[in-house]
Design a protein around this ligand. Sequence first.
Ligand SMILES: NC(=O)c1ccc[n+]([C@@H]2O[C@H](COP(=O)([O-])OP(=O)(O)OC[C@H]3O[C@@H](n4cnc5c(N)ncnc54)[C@H](O)[C@@H]3O)[C@@H](O)[C@H]2O)c1
Length: 377
Amino acid sequence: MPFGIGCALSPIADPMNTYQAALASLRQNPRTWLVTGVAGFIGSNLLECLLALGQAVVGLDNFSTGHPKNVDEALERGGVGARFRMIYGDVRDPAICREACGGVDMVLHQAALGSVPRSIDDPLSTHESNVTGMANMLVAARDANVKRFVYASSSAVYGDDTGSPKREERIGNPLSPYGATKLMDEIYAGVFNRVYGFQTIGLRYFNVFGKRQDPQGPYAAVIPRWITCLAANEPCVIMGDGETSRDFVYIEDAIQANLLAATVEVPDATGQVYNVASGEQTTLNELYQIARQKTAERVRVKPPPPVYTDFRAGDIRHSVGDISKISSRLGYSPTHTLEEGIDAALGWYLTNDRTKTPRRLNLHIPGVMAIGPHLET
Ligand SMILES: NC(=O)c1ccc[n+]([C@@H]2O[C@H](COP(=O)([O-])OP(=O)(O)OC[C@H]3O[C@@H](n4cnc5c(N)ncnc54)[C@H](O)[C@@H]3O)[C@@H](O)[C@H]2O)c1
């Protein structure tokens, strides 16, 4: 095991009250947050929520997979004032990381190259952004006296472990370079916790979904991709026999996990990793039926039957997360089922076609500052 997980830890009595109390406390005592990967799916949703809570936010992104429009949309929905500063830069650059961490209380480190197949195609790029970038951020945040460093890990670290549900204390061997990078992130964060007393918390996201998750491109996630296909009456591609299973987590629950991790005051809660999951297992065949039904409730769909192809290299066969540790230690309590999450996100998936969106950040919003080169359109 990478580090101190699985030790005896005291539980929190009432999870929902814990989260409500954390939100109320943040509203009363606003902090300054750095969200890396802020133009991505999870990062832009974190930005929107933090701004709505009256927090000051620094955003960092190199727009490699993120979209300027995500930042614009988060600013429009979260309310902006002078509380947001955007840094267009790369976590592979230590100087940019140092600049981004200046004056920051909390870091929510999301920047990384996601996707198992991308990492198999190009392991070095994934390593540089995910491991070198993480190490740069840890050093910069430690040196800037950041109070807590919450970072995105992944259920991919469970690798070839066949146990179900996945529990934090038992992992297997990673099945992809991507899984290896996330495991290295956990090891580094554990070392920084032990060696420097720096407060880190790793969140092993399972399959997070929701608005602003990119439906386009070869590495798009399954839910936005399928809903886009269904709405266009194109066949969905199911890799393998469709009995591969996943744990789908709605974005609001991933946000909840981040805010709890950043604010929890329970002793020994840091230096840990936590599953961020729903605890519910869904096969791809079941997901297809749900996505098809939900899409048909909003638009006329008559898609051809799904196309079954080969299993995808590096994929874990079954993945469902045990959420007892994050529930009892951080007070996490998921609020959305898969169906409810799809209902909430569907409108966005159906009305946002990123192929028609210019890649430009709206620099006319007061309080937004761009550092570095202007973005290409
Ligand atoms: N979405 C999921 O289901 C899921 C599951 C497990 C783990 N994760 C992890 O959560 C985090 C966020 O994922 P997401 O789904 O929002 O992905 P995303 O691709 O939408 O967002 C990642 C963001 O990081 C930025 N980025 C990438 N490399 C960078 C670099 N070198 N410097 C600066 N910015 C960089 C991208 O431009 C993008 O905006 C990632 O660390 C990912 O590995 C996500």
